[in-house]
Unconditional design. Structure first.
Length: 202
C-alpha cells in the first residue's frame, strides 16, 4: 500500500460513508472501533489495520479495488429521491478565493435562507441580519451589504463578500435545484480582479 493509495483510502472511506448516510459513530460501531479512529482514517492521520479493509468494503457494498480507487467524480450531481438528504439539514457553502491568496468561507443553513427570504435580502438588504464570515486563519472578514442606487434612484443594498456582489445570484432558483436533487457545486464566478467565488451545497 503506497502513500497515494492510503490518501485516497481516507477520502473514499468518508465518501462511501456519507453516501450511505452513516455517521462516523455508525461506522465505528460496525467495526468495533472508536469514532476517533474513523475520523483519523478519513483525515489521513492513521490508517485502518489490514484486516479492517475487507470489512469496510463489505459494509459499503464495494470491491477492494473500489475502496482504493481514485475515480473522477463530477462536481455537480443529481441525487435520486431515495438517496436524498433533508434539504433543511444541508448547508450552502460559499468559498471566496482572492487573487492575493486570501480565502473566505461562509456556511449558510438552507433552512435559514428559506425562513428569511434570503433572495430578497441579498438584493435589497432587508429582512435579515448580516452573517460574519471567517477566513482560514479564523479572522473576521468582509461579508457585508453595500448601499447603492438603482437606475430609478431607489436605494438598494448589495450583499458582498470581499467586494464580490452575490446579489445577482437567484438564490430561490438554487433552492429549487436542491429540492430537485442537485448537489455539489452550483455556482462558480470569476471576477474581473481574478477572485473566485464557488457555492456548494452539501
Amino acid at each position: 500500500m503506497n502513500i497515494m493509495d492510503t490518501k485516497q483510502l481516507g477520502n473514499n472511506i468518508a465518501k462511501f460513508r456519507k453516501a450511505r448516510s452513516m455517521t462516523q459513530d455508525n461506522l465505528a460501531e460496525l467495526l468495533s472501533v472508536s469514532p476517533q479512529a474513523v475520523s483519523k482514517w478519513e483525515n489521513d492521520v492513521s490508517y485502518p489495520d489490514i484486516e479492517m479493509l475487507p470489512k469496510l468494503a463489505n459494509i459499503f457494498g464495494i470491491s477492494m479495488d473500489t475502496l482504493f480507487s481514485n475515480p473522477v467524480t463530477p462536481e455537480t450531481e443529481f441525487v435520486e429521491p431515495e438517496n436524498r438528504k433533508d434539504p433543511d439539514k444541508m448547508l450552502f457553502k460559499i468559498r471566496v478565493k482572492s487573487q492575493k491568496g486570501d480565502t473566505v468561507s461562509v456556511n449558510l443553513p438552507i433552512s435559514l435562507l428559506k425562513a428569511i427570504d434570503f433572495n430578497n435580502f441579498v438584493k435589497n438588504g432587508k429582512d435579515a441580519d448580516n452573517n460574519d464570515a471567517e477566513n482560514d486563519t479564523g479572522e473576521n472578514n468582509t461579508s457585508e451589504t453595500e448601499e447603492r442606487k438603482d437606475s430609478s434612484g431607489t436605494r438598494k443594498k448589495n450583499f458582498q463578500i470581499n467586494g464580490i456582489n452575490l446579489g445577482a445570484i437567484d438564490w430561490n432558483q438554487l433552492l429549487e435545484l436542491i429540492d430537485h436533487g442537485v448537489m455539489g457545486k452550483l455556482v462558480e464566478v470569476h471576477s474581473a480582479d481574478g477572485d473566485l467565488v464557488e457555492i456548494y451545497v452539501e
